[in-house]
Design a protein around this ligand. Structure first.
Ligand code: BGC
Length: 767
């Protein structure tokens, strides 16, 4: 009977698709085979076992003893043994994963393996730069490889599913979680989403070194009001469709296996119980085939939101809306069976959820070999390998953004210089690891001090000056900022006085961004600004190296300090990457993925804003005139715009051409331009293309990124770059959620940042 089913599926599929290629045939037949297996297994499952598959527990395994001891852990253990747990998170390492997997596979009635989830956000043990920093590389191949390295380490340690990538677009640097994402732009964000999903999942999910990815947090969490964590989200449809959803759609289209809910509500309905988002859009219109996991306790939190009456009601709302797996609310395991019996949740919806979860488990190959990620020899070989450290160093260098470089203070001369290195962060080996690095070992980053010490031709003197924080820092606790201790200032000033150049490493501690780390003032924390000014008073030759997980307001520094390097939190190889850039062994090419505001009052400030009826980019003739869109106390422009980033060489853009003046709606618009390296060094540049749809049925932004190319040019070399714009770049979502292309006039801009003015134009006409 089983065989007949299988054959039937195959024949039916092949009949439906007569022209498919051999590769596709294999994929279809594999899918069909998995479908058959899932259906067969589903038939055997009791309702309770099905609900069990929809239940995810945090790790409780007591590695030092025979079993869990406290009440909650004991209950989880009993559930695991009874086949009532489908997934676990935060169990890691081959030994521990094997132990829990063994119970699921060998002690339960049906032996269904667990899917093991973990936050592999920017590496597992070997850490790459925080995701926002990686986004600054605009290097999709590098980002993809970085995710693949993370997947290889995580999978070698028992993990087969990452809660990443976070694809939340955000325009608010007060929100600490911007460090986890790809920045403010939906186009760049979508490209990065695709790169990360492909990096994690590879081309074959059943390979032991790839893992299932999870696009999160669906949806709009990045628009939490006032940048405050876990807050409400109230946004219009135009922003939802055109800004928030595109990276999720990109992830879904490329085959991301899972998505995660957000903690936020969206226009009054919590994301976790949001039928419109999950059922209508994701699983309906987008035809997403994977499963949806709740965020940590987000089902239960619907009660706290005042949306669900109690846990049972929350379970009903979440299951009906389309949340398939309950992360740590304990709502499904306790309530779903009764809800089905009462007819409040249809068993067909339970079947749908379980089908999705089992499918991913089959695709991972867990049913063939549940211990495939538990090979201790591979774990030893892969985790923290030299190759992985080389890879994250490469990524770290690509992530650095040169914000300012007056009088070519950088790169530093390699010989005969007296260099003062100042700042508590310069010798810190923990902070550069950034936030979200649960599996990594503390104090394992190469510090900037260590990186710079490798260059022996200069005299290097280090003085802390001041620490950023006081006491121990941790992932779960607020960083205590040093607001008073200036005892190190004197020594720092003394060495600065006697030096040719001062390198100051200042910024946020690695745990000052990430989840739960919203800030209302985003300047240099603590006494660091004072330290900067005190050192500047005795030596103006300062290179400021910034460490941060979000854009900072560094107005004073931007005005006074001649060279500023945005070095984020670059992970395990931070110090080597920074030193190689400072000394010119690597020519920086990063570009900002998020706008740097002048002050917090400008937030949200983003390049792809609307024109308004009284345009903010056109200062009135009479400077005292007030009735236009502006502030009376600060300029409209940001401190550093989206897409900004310098090189040690210079690039010039010329000769922008659009192949015709008028195009039909189905034609592709060919745009070309020249880019020349006019400096003295070889360098890389991210050439950016923006469009403006002058008039449409829904107001459109003054600029929208629609293409970019990373290229390398020798001194004096020039290249012609071509872009083809089609409906997917020129269209937009209207307020009904339909993607439309409208005739009319467009402008097209090219350049090295979103502030470029080099432009041409064309018209789309309907024939
Ligand atoms: C975060 C998620 C994360 C989950 C599991 C939550 O607090 O919002 O992004 O994946 O915890 O660690």
């Amino acid at each position: 009977m089983k065989m007949i089913n299988k054959l039937f599926f195959l024949v039916a599929l092949l009949a439906l698709a007569p022209n498919i290629t051999k590769g596709q045939t294999n994929a279809y037949s594999k899918d069909a085979e998995i479908n058959t297996k899932v259906e067969a297994l589903l038939q055997k499952m009791t309702l309770e076992e099905k609900v069990g598959q929809m239940n995810q527990y945090n790790g409780f395994w007591d590695v030092t003893g025979p079993g869990p001891t406290d009440g909650n852990a004991k209950l989880k253990y009993e559930h695991l043994k009874s086949g009532l747990v489908g997934s676990m998170l935060n169990v890691r390492g081959t030994k521990d994963v094997r132990a829990v997997q063994k119970i699921a596979v060998e002690e339960t009635r049906l032996g269904i393996p667990l899917i093991i989830g973990f936050d592999v956000i920017h590496g597992y043990k070997t850490l790459s730069p925080i995701p926002l920093a990686e986004a600054a590389s605009w290097d999709l191949e590098a980002i993809k490889s970085s995710a693949a390295v993370a997947a290889s380490e995580a999978s070698a340690s028992g993990i087969n599913w990452t809660f990443g990538p976070m694809v939340d677009i955000s325009r608010d640097p007060r929100w600490g979680r911007v460090m986890e994402g790809g920045g403010e732009d939906p186009f760049l964000g979508s490209e990065i989403a695709r790169a990360r999903v492909t990096g994690f999942q590879g081309t074959d999910l059943s390979s032991p070194s790839t893992i299932a990815a999870c696009a999160k947090h669906f949806a709009a969490y990045g628009f939490s009001q006032s940048g405050k964590e876990y807050n409400t989200v109230d946004i219009g449809l135009s922003t939802l469709y055109n800004v928030v959803l595109p990276p999720f759609k990109a992830a879904s289209d490329i085959g991301v296996k899972t998505m995660m809910n957000g903690f936020n509500d969206l226009n009054g309905v919590p994301a976790t119980g949001n039928e419109f988002l999950l059922r209508d859009l994701l699983k309906g219109k987008w035809n997403f085939k994977g499963f949806v996991v709740s965020d940590w306790a987000s089902i239960k939190e619907m009660e706290t939101w005042g949306y669900a009456k109690n846990r049972k009601h929350a379970a009903k709302l979440a299951a009906n809306a389309g949340s398939d797996l309950d992360m740590e609310s304990h709502a499904y395991i306790n309530e779903l069976k009764t809800l089905v019996a009462e007819g409040a949740v249809k068993e067909s919806l339970i079947n749908d959820a379980v089908r999705r979860i089992l499918t991913v488990k089959y695709e991972l190959g867990l049913f063939d070999d549940p211990y495939k990620y538990c090979d201790e020899t591979r774990e030893k070989e892969v985790v923290n390998s030299k190759a992985n450290h080389d890879a994250v160093l490469d990524m770290a260098k690509k992530s650095i953004v040169l914000l300012k470089n007056e009088n070519q203070l950088l790169p530093l001369k390699k010989q005969g210089q007296k260099i003062a290195l100042i700042g508590g962060l310069a010798s810190d080996k923990n902070s550069p690891l950034g936030s979200w690095r649960i599996a990594s070992d503390d104090n394992t980053a190469v510090s900037v001090l260590e990186g710079m010490q490798k260059y022996k031709g200069n005299t290097l003197v280090f003085e802390k000056g001041a620490d950023v924080s006081v006491g121990k820092t941790s992932f779960t606790e607020e960083v205590k900022v040093n607001m008073t201790d200036k005892s190190g200032f004197k020594a720092a000033i003394k060495v600065a006085k006697k030096s040719d150049v001062v390198v100051m490493v200042l910024g946020e501690h690695g745990f000052q961004s990430g989840e739960g780390r919203s800030r209302t003032s985003i300047g240099l924390p603590g006494v660091q600004q004072e330290l900067l000014e005190a050192v500047y008073a005795v030596n103006k030759n300062i290179v400021l190296v910034l460490n941060n997980g979000r854009p900072l307001t560094i107005n004073w520094a931007s005005k006074h300090i001649p060279a500023i390097v945005e070095a984020w939190q670059l992970g395990s190889q931070t110090g080597n990457a920074v030193a190689q850039v400072l000394y010119g062994d690597y020519n920086p090419s990063g570009k900002l993925p998020m706008t740097f505001p002048r002050n917090v009052g400008q937030i949200p400030i983003y390049y792809n804003h609307k024109n308004t009826g009284r345009p903010i980019n056109e200062t009135p003739e009479n400077p005292d005139f007030v009735f236009w869109s502006h502030y009376s106390d600060v300029e409209n422009t940001p401190l550093y715009p989206f897409g900004h980033g310098l090189s040690y060489t210079k690039f010039e853009y010329n000769n922008i051409k659009v192949s015709k003046a008028t195009f039909g709606m189905n034609e592709s618009v060919e745009v070309s331009f020249e880019i020349k390296n006019t400096g003295a060094l070889k360098g890389k540049e991210v050439a950016q293309l923006y469009i403006r749809d002058i008039q449409a049925s829904v107001t459109r932004p003054v600029k929208e990124l629609k293409g970019f190319k990373l290229l390398e040019l020798n001194p004096g070399e020039s290249k012609t770059i071509n872009f083809a714009l089609t409906k997917s770049e020129l269209g937009f979502y209207n307020n009904q959620g339909e993607f439309v292309l409208e005739p009319g006039n467009f402008e097209v801009f090219v350049g090295g940042s979103s502030y470029t003015t080099l432009k041409s134009k064309f018209e789309l006409v309907s024939k």
